[in-house]
Design a binder for this molecule. Structure first.
Ligand SMILES: O=C(O)CCC(=O)C(=O)O
Length: 262
């Protein structure tokens, strides 16, 4: 297991606390990015996790035989454990522990692919809108592109300071309950949003409540993002949040997960 080589300084930690996101120029080395990219492409090509609901179309109805608008894999490291044996994973852990103020109780990952000239936008949302409303969560994401990325290819955009908001109302993308992806369903002020272009192997970090978005990929190169998530133990709430939009979901992904016993 590679030893971590990264530590955030006070300025970076303060920036994250103030803004709910942070940009880091280099999380790992270029040669490791290439190795991760090979694994990443193999997992999507082999459609790993399709039967268990771990691979699906985040922005479409996910019908069998249709080209996915926004292919996603949950827990790619379950299918390729070598992903955990990387400098990126080790550095992400250190950085997440610094920002969450203690040891992680969980570290997971997912992958979102925007195919060349096709991958659709990831609409504005807050990650917590997907999660168990019965808990207070303490979590963040480290988003690493496996090629250079800018607004034309689908880099991350954030609304600074939005991590201090409550979770806004959401709905399935396009108000279609067959779609797993969520979008904000409220008239929010997005005028202060900032784009975060990056070199391959850099990363952005965002808080579970930070409003974020990534445009479609208009370039000739696939936009590959590997996202590592870290959390500290959640706290059970006496009164659960009302994340009513989760009750709307009727997705093929959850049907596949249920028939696979998940
Ligand atoms: O990669 C994307 O398009 C969006 C990523 C995202 O929403 C996330 O990491 O929470």
């Amino acid at each position: 297991m590679p030893q971590p080589t990264l530590r955030l300084d006070d300025e970076q930690i303060n920036f994250y606390r103030e803004n709910g996101y942070l940009v880091i120029d280099q999380l790992t080395e270029p040669d490791e990015v290439l190795r991760i990219r090979e694994v990443y492409d193999r997992l999507f090509e082999a459609r790993v996790g399709r039967e268990t609901g771990d691979q699906f179309d985040l922005a479409g109805d996910d019908e069998e035989g249709k080209t996915a608008k926004l292919p996603q894999i949950l827990n790619p490291s379950k299918y390729a454990p070598e992903l955990k044996d990387t400098l990126a994973w080790a550095n992400a852990r250190v950085v997440m522990e610094q920002l969450l103020g203690g040891e992680l109780s969980g570290q997971g990952d997912h992958a979102i692919l925007k195919p060349a000239r096709y991958g659709s936008p990831t609409p504005w949302h807050q990650d917590e809108a997907y999660w168990d409303p019965g808990y207070d969560h303490f979590s963040l994401s480290v988003w690493m592109p496996l090629q250079d990325v800018d607004a034309a290819s689908g880099c991350m955009h954030f609304v600074p300071g939005s991590h201090r908001m409550e979770v806004a109302p959401h709905r399935p993308i396009g108000n279609d309950p067959r779609v797993h992806g969520l979008e904000v369903d409220a008239d929010l002020d997005l005028s202060g949003a900032v784009a975060a272009p990056l070199r391959a192997g850099g990363c952005t970090i965002h808080h579970q409540r930070t409003l974020h978005y990534a445009p479609a990929n208009h370039t000739d190169v696939p936009r590959r993002a590997w996202i590592m998530m870290g959390s500290r133990e959640g706290r059970k709430r006496n009164v659960p949040h009302d994340y009513y939009w989760q009750k709307l979901w009727q997705t093929a992904r959850s049907e596949r997960a249920a028939s696979a016993g998940g």
